[in-house]
Design a protein around this ligand. Sequence first.
Ligand SMILES: N#Cc1ccccc1-c1cc(NCCCN2CCCCC2)c2ccccc2n1
Length: 196
Amino acid sequence: MATAGRKSVLFVCLGNICRSPIAEAVFMKMATDAGVIDKWRIDSAATSTYEIGSSPDHRGQACMKRHDVPMSHVARQWVIDSGATSDWNIGSLPDARGLACLRIHGIETDHRARQVTREDFMNFEYILCMDENNLSELNRKAKLVKGYKAKIELLGSYDPEKQRIIKDPYYGSDEDFEKVYDQCVRCCKAFLEVNS
Ligand SMILES: N#Cc1ccccc1-c1cc(NCCCN2CCCCC2)c2ccccc2n1
């Protein structure tokens, strides 16, 4: 659940391995650098089941490294695990505050692709997606959730350069990931400004 008083944003794309993890990482860095990270719950998800459990795409990770933006770590040599005594949060991601804290201290953490859930439509104030397919899929899913509160918008609607669509780079090149990154930087900056 989003803690009372905190703003919340869920970035969404088709597979949650290319565009939305980049947007999440860029926004998390901006909120951290602006000193407002504790005012935000930030996460990302997929409209599809294509890549559930996958780590972010390696081209996106390389792009983030080029721009010195902390992002989910991928492989690990040791199998280190953790567990819970209760079944309260089975399948949930680590709490966003923990992820933010780890990232601030340079501790890379795992993001695993997940699909958007009914709870997301109840818990997030903003659900920001990348293209018209994501938008129509999210609106279709939202209609099945009574009394949802999320504002479902294109992340690109915040772009000062008016590029509304952030294209899927899955079959693209490093250049296409750079374009996704540039668009996410412009849009996340504008989104943070209108919400500060
Ligand atoms: N679909 C499409 C599509 C159309 C145009 C441009 C990109 C994509 C595309 C394709 C992907 N995976 C390959 C197909 C997956 N299988 C499709 C049939 C069901 C079983 C799964 C992606 C995976 C992760 C993130 C983005 C992706 N985007």
